[in-house]
Design a protein around this ligand. Structure first.
Ligand code: FE2
Length: 298
């Protein structure tokens, strides 16, 4: 049964490429790939050619998500699943495949219209080990957990759950958060590998495709140094340092140059017996700067 193994790469449109390069390198520590151009900033966090591509644009949003399957056979089996489910898709052109540095690619949209790609065989540049743009004690945690996690817009939670379930993800509601307006937010978290969740959705009122991208360090010093860099550059912090209830990540949320959020974290460590849900976090995550869609009383 074909299923995706990881969130392998992400693409973003951005209107301020210079600001992005500075933020990605100085604040986060990502490496700029040598074949980056003025129109496309390829960012590395391990020995893959890139994990994040920032495309020059008038818009500022996530422009595609890339989900990896193991083999070409699995890619074709996934296409068959889309056929059986009546989901529209197309096989990418040779040019599109080359642009993503993969060997095969399906293009489609998730139920909210977010461009979604299924690929196999990413280009891994073993001759160029990851070299952070600023000194780091450790590295980014990828490997069997993919690049991190995203919280995305979902216009219809049930349809979105079914779509990602078809891709091979599992999960459920993990928080019930009472909102100041009397409503209750019930975000849904799903995974396809060792990471506690690789995608989440179910936050009402989102306009952009993405609320936040989480990248995880394997050394807490690097999280602290990033936090200092964000503070020193007067970048908005939406949620202060704190620890989530579900993945036990120690994180903070800051504004990217595109005004969606980067969640930087360390130390995910929780595998419950079965699904649980929570009504708040362990500590911290106080709301500091409102207006980024994470004004949630965690
Ligand atoms: Fe998150």
């Amino acid at each position: 049964m074909s299923k995706v193994l990881e969130l392998g790469y992400l693409g973003f449109n951005a209107s301020n490429m210079d600001e992005w390069r500075k933020f990605a390198t100085e604040c986060i520590g990502l490496e700029v790939a040598s074949d980056t151009t003025d129109d496309c900033l390829f960012l590395r966090m391990d020995n893959h050619h890139h994990r994040i591509a920032i495309h020059k644009s008038d818009e500022d949003d996530m422009s595609y998500m890339g989900w990896r399957v193991a083999t070409e056979q699995d890619l074709n089996a996934m296409a068959q699943k889309f056929d059986d489910a009546g989901i529209e898709y197309r096989m990418a052109s040779v040019e599109e495949i080359r642009e993503r540095r993969v060997l095969g690619l399906i293009k489609l949209h998730d139920p909210s219209g977010i461009p979604t790609e299924i690929f196999w065989s990413p280009q891994v540049d073993v001759m160029k080990p990851f070299h952070p743009s600023r000194p780091m004690y450790g590295k980014f945690l990828t490997g069997s957990q993919g690049l991190g996690h995203v919280l995305v817009r979902a216009d219809d939670n049930e349809a979105t759950y079914k779509f990602y379930e078809l891709l091979g993800l599992t999960g459920s509601v993990e928080y019930r958060i009472a909102l100041p307006n009397g409503a209750v937010a019930q975000p849904i978290f799903m995974t396809c590998n060792d990471r506690q969740h690789v995608i989440a959705f179910g936050i009402p009122g989102m306009e952009k495709n993405i609320n936040h991208l989480m990248l995880e360090y394997d050394n807490i010093y690097d999280l602290g140094i990033s936090h200092d860099a964000v503070r020193n550059n007067n970048i908005d912090v939406a949620l202060q340092l704190g620890m989530h209830a579900n993945d036990k990540l120690y994180t903070f949320y800051c504004a990217s140059p595109s005004k969606w959020l980067l969640e930087l974290g360390f130390g995910e460590d929780y595998k419950p017996l079965a699904q649980e849900h929570y009504v708040g976090d362990i500590f911290g995550h106080g709301i500091e700067k409102k207006g980024y869609g994470m004004d949630l009383p965690l």
